[in-house]
Design a protein around this ligand. Structure first.
Ligand SMILES: [Zn+2]
Length: 171
């Protein structure tokens, strides 16, 4: 075990927590998610997906990124989740007060491309939280690489109240 120094990092603190009993008993669990569901969610630190949905180890795939966007890599993970690991449903979870809501894509790209190299991805800021969820659900439903697109639902988590509200299709 590594020796902790005075200038301990957050990573070291997390390692202490893991050693101190944070590790869960996963012996005997299968890799295939027991609930056959994959969740696409924003990476926001306030959105505790596992706690919010009462998830236990072995039950679901949780795929996260800034904004909970449907990126190529999310599609990659979902395609593998469905075609190799048996998931059948997709749940999209975004949240109020998201950093990607009203995000300055152009300004951010200018910042990261300061040395002249432009990334091959877009930041993906959006301006309408609920509409963004609808578009994500619609895009997933139309994606040709996914094997199961009949059970996809989208939700908004309210970071102020803890409520989880479904975003209905429409508009
Ligand atoms: Zn967010």
């Amino acid at each position: 075990m590594a020796v902790r120094t005075a200038d301990s990092t957050a990573t070291e603190a997390l390692l202490d927590r893991a050693v101190g009993g944070g590790a869960r008993q996963t012996t005997g669990l299968q890799a295939r998610p027991g609930l056959r569901v994959a969740i696409v969610a924003c990476m926001d630190a306030r959105l505790m997906v596992e706690d919010l949905l009462g998830l236990q180890a072995g039950e679901a795939h949780v795929i996260r990124n800034a904004g909970g966007l449907v990126t190529d890599d999310v599609i990659r993970s979902l395609a593998i989740s469905q075609r190799r690991l048996g998931t059948r449903e997709i749940v999209v979870v975004r949240h109020t007060n998201c950093g990607m809501l009203g995000f300055d894509d152009a300004g951010f790209l200018a910042e990261v491309a300061a040395d002249g190299r432009r990334p091959d991805w877009e930041p993906g800021g959006f301006h309408d939280l609920e509409q963004g969820v609808r578009v994500a659900v619609r895009d997933l439903g139309a994606n040709p690489f996914l094997a199961h697109t009949d059970r996809i639902r989208g939700f908004v988590y309210d970071v102020a109240t803890g409520a989880l509200d479904e975003v209905r299709a429409g508009r």
